[in-house]
Structure formats: structure tokens, C-alpha cells
Design a binder for this molecule. Structure first.
Ligand SMILES: Nc1nc2c(ncn2[C@@H]2O[C@H](COP(=O)(O)OP(=O)(O)OP(=O)(O)O)[C@@H](O)[C@H]2O)c(=O)[nH]1
Ligand SMILES: [Mg+2]
Length: 298
């Protein structure tokens, strides 16, 4: 996870040249956090915490600021939160991926499938995005490449029936993980959230199967993504966030806003378009990468 440091690169060098910790330094820190997409309310909280820590530790030198910031960021990210993907004690574990269109749901399913196959698990993909034929085709393409099973239906079919068939097939075939792809948009008048709830209800008919509802967010959409995210967390029980395209942005601070404002742990991070570009989210590693406190000065 070395990529998200961008937004803070050079910050340490600027502080050091300033020397004393003064109002200008705090203003600069605030600006840096906002530019990194931490968001206004989370920035205010974080700034207060770093200031309090600076006072209690009697810090007067701007040079110490990156270290303080890194510690506060790691602390703000609920270091103890369980970020592992949950599994059923017996029978298939269903992980349902939700999110608006284009955020990376299908790609993340391919990445998760690749990981699970690597771990020796039997994987089945459920193409419950039935609104475009191309969506299922994309998933079929990944299923062939990764050598995993897939359940799909005709374009326009009921996504719930795909989920039903996928769960039924998984139980009878002894599948370990069912990855359910869902639509990011609807071309019908049906409400997206109602459709999602229905898919989830059908998955829940297999006792113990529904283990994760992963909300996929595109890091490059910043604060807008957060507004969309709120609609999902209000409508369905989201268990974790997958933050994609962190390779394409310096705005990694969105992670802080997501956890503080949605109260949902970021579990995985996407760092590219290929099947291996998925990493587990590690708060300490992330804080270090974001602040770059241990980087050489530029
Ligand atoms: N750079 C980068 N690109 C990504 C990442 N994840 C997905 N993408 C790209 O984002 C685009 C959309 O990805 P999809 O997986 O099709 O997104 P989706 O959410 O399934 O989209 P819909 O099915 O249309 O709702 C594709 O071009 C992916 O290659 C990532 O972590 N980094
Ligand atoms: Mg898709």
C-alpha cells in the first residue's frame, strides 16, 4: 500500500523548513487534509485531536507534526476493527457487492475470486446484474479466466432468481464462496435499493449464507462518493467497504471520512485493474503511507 501517499508528499519537508509550530502550520495541515479528501467535519475533528496531542506532549517543533498526525490517523481508523471477510461455519458464504455504476464491483469480484481460488476454495459467481447483457458477459469472461463456476440469466431476468439459483447451486455443489454481482443502475422504474433488498432477502433464505454486503466506492469520486454511500448504508446492512482506484488518486483521505461518517470498516483496497490488485486494508500501514512521516525529505 504505497500509493496513497501522494496527497501528503512533501508535507514534511515544508513543515521542517518552517521550524516552529504556529498558526500557519495548522492552517497548512488543515488545507492538506482537505485536499486529500478527508472531508470538512472529519478534518475538524482530526485537527483538534492532533492539536490536543501536541499540547499534551509539549510539541513546539513543526517537524514532529507528521508523527503526531500519523498516530492520530491510525487511532481514528479503529485499529481494533475486524476487517476480515466473514465466512459461514458450514455451507456457502455469500459476499454481495453493491455500489453505484462504474465503481468497480465486477472487477473486485474477479479479484476476490482469484484470491479465493489461490487459497484453495471453491468459488461461484452470481451474475445478478441482469440489466445489461454486457454485465454478465464481463463476469463470464472472468469466470473463464479464473476457472470458477458462474450462474447467469438472460438480460432483464429477475436478479433475485439469479441469486436463488446461485445459492441453490452452491449448496448442492459444495461451493465455499458465492460472489454476487449486482447492478449499479437500473434502466427500469424499479428502485435500485428495493431490488437490492430483495436479492439480499433471497440470499438470506439459505441460513447463515449471507456473510458480507460489501459497498464498493471509487476513491476518485471523493466526497460525492460518500453521499452515494450514505444511501446504501441507510437502505441495506453494509458490512464493509471496498475502496477502489486508490492507485489513481492522491485523495486517500476519503478512507477517514468513510469510517468516521459511515461507521463501516474499510476492508479492502483496489490498486489497479488486474486480478491481483487487491489488498487488505491495514490502518497503520495506511496512515504511514498517507502521511509519509517516515519518508525521506524531498
Ligand atoms: N485503476 C483502477 N481501475 C479500476 C479498479 N477497480 C476497477 N477499475 C476499473 O473501473 C472500471 C469499472 O469497473 P467495473 O468492475 O466494471 O465496475 P462496476 O461497478 O461493475 O460497473 P457497473 O457494472 O457498470 O455498475 C473498469 O475499467 C475497471 O477496470 C482499481 O482498483 N483501480
Ligand atoms: Mg459490473
Amino acid at each position: 500500500m504505497s500509493k496513497p501517499r501522494g496527497g501528503f508528499a512533501g508535507f514534511r519537508g515544508r513543515l521542517r523548513s518552517r521550524g516552529k509550530l504556529d498558526d500557519e502550520t495548522w492552517d497548512e495541515l488543515e488545507e492538506t487534509l482537505l485536499l486529500a479528501d478527508v472531508g470538512a467535519s472529519t478534518t475538524a475533528v482530526l485537527l483538534d485531536q492532533v492539536k490536543a496531542r501536541a499540547v499534551s506532549e509539549k510539541v513546539r517543533d513543526a517537524d514532529a507534526l507528521p508523527g503526531l498526525l500519523e498516530a492520530e490517523i491510525a487511532a481514528a481508523l479503529h485499529a481494533g476493527a475486524d476487517r476480515s471477510l466473514q465466512r459461514a461455519s458450514s455451507g456457502p458464504s455469500a459476499w454481495v457487492l453493491v455500489g453505484v455504476n462504474g465503481v468497480g464491483k465486477t472487477t473486485t469480484i474477479a479479484k476476490l475470486a482469484a484470491r479465493e481460488v489461490e487459497d484453495g476454495h471453491r468459488v461461484l459467481l452470481a451474475a445478478a446484474d441482469t440489466f445489461r447483457a454486457a454485465a454478465a458477459d464481463q463476469l463470464v469472461h472472468w469466470a473463464e479466466r479464473l476457472g470458477v463456476e458462474i450462474v447467469r440469466a438472460q438480460e432483464g431476468a429477475d436478479p433475485g432468481s439469479v441469486a436463488f439459483d446461485a445459492l441453490e447451486a452452491s449448496v448442492s455443489r459444495g461451493v465455499d464462496v458465492v460472489l454476487v454481482d449486482t447492478a449499479g443502475r437500473l434502466h427500469t422504474k424499479t428502485n435500485l435499493m428495493e431490488e437490492l433488498k430483495k436479492v439480499l432477502r433471497i440470499v438470506e433464505r439459505t441460513p447463515g449464507a449471507l456473510q458480507e454486503v460489501l459497498l464498493v466506492l471509487d476513491a476518485t469520486t471523493g466526497q460525492n462518493g460518500l453521499t452515494q454511500a450514505r444511501q446504501f448504508t441507510e437502505a441495506v446492512g453494509v458490512t464493509g467497504v471496498v475502496l477502489t482506484k486508490l492507485d489513481g488518486t492522491a485523495k486517500g483521505g476519503i478512507v477517514l471520512a468513510i469510517e468516521a461518517e459511515l461507521g463501516v470498516p474499510v476492508k479492502l483496497v483496489g490498486l489497479g485493474e488486474s486480478a491481483e490488485d487487491l489488498v487488505d486494508f491495514d490502518p497503520a500501514e495506511f496512515a504511514a503511507a498517507l502521511v509519509g512521516a517516515n519518508e525521506e525529505d524531498e
